[in-house]
Design a protein. Structure first.
Length: 87
């Protein structure tokens, strides 16, 4: 059996896993969790740093129209000539 104390091939320095609960916590989890956290921070930081902003400009081939004088004002309309009614 796996945990048979009568087994002559068992490790004599092994601790009984049933006597010490939480014995696996001292083994550590390695570098997996810190590296995953660092990757998440880098990805979120890059998304914030390279996010498009509202004041970005785009290139244009057409030059802006320039005016040297204001647009001419429309001429006033003249009323049609009136004639007196005849009897």
């Amino acid at each position: 059996m796996f945990d048979d104390p009568r087994d002559i091939n068992r490790d004599l320095n092994a601790r009984d896993p049933y006597q010490q609960p939480y014995s696996n916590l001292s083994d550590g989890s390695g570098w997996g969790a810190p590296i995953a956290l660092l990757a998440v921070v880098i990805i979120i930081g890059a998304l914030i740093a390279f996010a498009p902003t509202s004041n970005q400009q785009t290139a244009s081939n057409a030059p802006a129209a320039s005016r040297s004088a204001p647009a001419p004002a429309p001429s006033p309309m003249t009323p049609p000539p009136t004639t007196a009614p005849s009897r």
